[in-house]
Design a protein around this ligand. Sequence first.
Ligand code: FAD
Length: 306
Amino acid sequence: MSVLVLADHDLGALSPATARVVHAVAELGPVEILVAGEDIAAAAQSASSLAGVTKVLTAEGQFAADSLEMLLSTLAVRYHYLVASAGSVGKDVIPRLAAKLDLMPVTDIVAILGPNRFERPIYAGNALQTVTSNQSKHILTLRASAFRAAASGNAAPIEPLDVSGISSAAKVIAAHRTQSDTPDLATAQIVVGGGIAVGSAEGFQLIESLAKKLGAAIGATRAAVDAGYAPNDWQVGQTGKIIAPDLYIAIGISGALQHLAGIQGAKKIVAINTDAEAPLVKLADIALIGDLFEIIPQLIAELDKT
Ligand code: FAD
């Protein structure tokens, strides 16, 4: 029952999401990892060090979603499970692969209950669905944040693939990156989130200051993003990123269902809000009732003392 995991990597580094996916699928069978893209040597080495990995396949070159799907479909015959994280690449490639192989993908998995039983959230995270799939092959995406990371210390062999027959109808013209020195939101251990109450893009600098002190990633509600206070890629929730940090500090956030859909994996929640009746305050492990513009500077001052 062999498993192929499509690695996530960026700027030459393996994403922490891949270690989590590997740990999750290790119980299904021997795990091989496919690292495809440019400048992948270091990412392939990191993949090879993950516990449970028996082989790393590398495919050097520029891959768009269609060529990645073509590559995976040529490899598919060897595996029972073809798996990616439910990140932007996995969400792009896995449905194409499933259509090509005429199989039903099971997406956004948060628990693996058995070789063909998977749990996934539905209705914006308000219910969990158990899917039993009797297909011969399983095409899966996993929410990496729901799983622990595989340990490192392994040294699986690395095998380059011949990709000369793989082509793409798409051409990458340019890549525009957001510059950030804060951790990746989807895999961060601490996230500081700001809502519309932060009031402005300048107000978000206060959120950023607190996040930097804590080594945290920054999140925002859709209301704050729509108002132009925070960039789109900070949005957390049903139509934003799904996070599962050890600690989520929600500042001036009411706790609308669509926001809660993105934070269900958070282990501890601290809410800072003027309204003691706000849904997120009721859900929080710790609530600080008061004005964020008074509480955050006090928190930063206290952290400066440590
Ligand atoms: P509000 O709900 O207005 O809450 C502001 C909070 O700040 C209140 O609790 C208030 O008491 C508090 N406050 C005010 N002043 C202060 C102060 N000085 N100090 C401290 N606290 C203060 N939203 C998301 O976040 N993510 C999504 O992915 C998302 N997807 C959506 C998809 C759809 C289809 C729809 C219809 C909506 C979606 N939304 C999403 C929007 C969602 O419904 C809410 O509108 C949004 O989350 C509210 O954001 P908020 O908490 O910042 O604002």
